[in-house]
Design a protein around this ligand. Structure first.
Ligand code: DX5
Ligand code: ZN
Length: 226
């Protein structure tokens, strides 16, 4: 039997990693006008993931181009060293990976006390059991649907079932946290992701590398407007 789509507002978060850095203003304003709800920024350190992207300066650049919320995704070792820097840069929601946080409760609490919303992210091979104790404290759970490090990778199909299980965990505990999905998100899989329980769709390549940013974003929106 097909799952009945849930009625919750779906947020579309274009991922800046895939934008044209030489004309960020164009890409950010075009995506905002096309109906983006927030922007996603991938911070990669060349240690936790095999790629280096950008740091707080880029978050601050985007902060000056839009007033939409900014989702900063830390794919770095020692995130605790940089929480304040990302707050100062203009982050709204700060997401850390459970795989690098030895004292996850402390990190999440610190993010909140700095005035940001805390999110936790899980690599594809990380089991959901790590969420058991931390769920009541987070604003979002980010399910990686590719191995983190690069844009433009193929969506890992098993992520759909993982999202469904996070949704069950949240609903059974009466917790209101968001479920974000990150990696290989496009118009063709958006509806299935929302049906599984995701409500924040992060999409880089399928939006910013499309021939027409506005049409690409609208195509995702059309498929999740039930
Ligand atoms: C991957 C990043 C993603 C990336 C998604 O490590 O966390 O946010 O930008 O890119 P696409 O949508 O191209 O898979
Ligand atoms: Zn990301």
């Amino acid at each position: 039997m097909k799952t009945k789509p849930r009625k919750r507002h779906v947020h579309i978060a274009p991922s800046v990693l895939a934008a044209n850095f030489a004309d960020l203003k164009h890409d950010i304003t075009t995506a905002e006008k096309a109906g983006a709800d927030l922007f996603h920024l991938d911070i990669m350190d060349g240690h936790f993931v095999p790629n280096i992207s950008f740091g707080p300066a880029m978050v601050n650049t985007v902060r000056r181009l839009t007033s939409l919320p900014l989702d900063t995704h830390l794919m770095i070792e020692n995130p605790d060293m940089y929480l304040e820097d990302f707050k100062k840069a203009g982050t709204t929601r700060l997401i850390v990976h459970v795989e690098v946080c030895r004292h996850l409760h402390r990190t999440v609490s610190e993010i909140r006390s700095l005035g940001m919303l805390p999110g936790v992210s899980l690599n594809p091979a990380t089991p959901l059991s790590v969420l058991e104790e931390i769920l009541p404290y987070v604003d979002s759970v980010l399910v990686m649907s590719v191995n983190p490090g690069f844009g433009g990778q193929k969506f890992i199909a098993a992520s759909l079932d993982k999202i469904l299980r996070v949704r069950t965990m949240l609903d059974s505990r009466g917790i209101e946290a968001h479920i974000e999905v990150d990696g290989g998100v496009e118009a063709d899989n958006a509806a299935a992701l929302v049906e599984a329980g995701a409500d924040i769709l992060i999409a880089g390549t399928s939006i910013f590398r499309a021939a027409d940013i506005r049409r690409a974003l609208s195509a995702i929106r059309a498929n999740v407007s039930f």
